[in-house]
Ligand binder design. Sequence first.
Ligand code: PCA
Length: 205
Amino acid sequence: MKVLVTGFEPFAGDNVNPSWEAVQRLVWSTDRIELARLQVPATYSGSIPTVTGAIERLHPDVVLMVGQAGGRAELSVERLAINMDDAPAADNEGKRIEGIPVVEGGPPAYFATIPVDEVVEILHKSHVPVVMSNSAGTFVCNHLMYGVLHYIAAKRLGTTAGFIHVPFLPEQVVTKPGTPSMALEFVVQALTFLLPGVEPRKPFR
Ligand code: PCA
């Protein structure tokens, strides 16, 4: 099984993004899973083509996208992506989009096609704090998740895809009292635990 795992570059003035830090450190010891890693620009214009281009080149069975959700206390397995870009924050090109669909005329939403319940269950059994989330937000992460699921659906590929949000790293919250964070080693371990769970065992839903 070939798994493409993606993480985002730092954004919003931070100099790290826990998603990319963790993706770079993922180790997988069996030859049953072949990992490809990709850093994705935190931009509306660049994120989708970066990942769909890699899907075209690598033909992965699974695409697991990872992003930072600053302020969340646990990992979130995203259940759906909506057809809406709507965030006051600027992306890394300084672009702000408020209230515009990701894909004009596209369906309102896509469900993740990885088995989200199984991934949550695996992580719970592994004692990792994780929730199933019904919103990947309306910024670049949701944009990417929607765009990739749309591309896979439009091309009728067998690739399954999903998105995991991870909290800030402790170093990012040093001057943000009360803001949750998770140690990098823990995030890396959690992603390693969930990898076998993304194996496509069920048809799309
Ligand atoms: N998190 C942002 C974009 C890039 C990232 O890592 C988000 O949740 O939209």
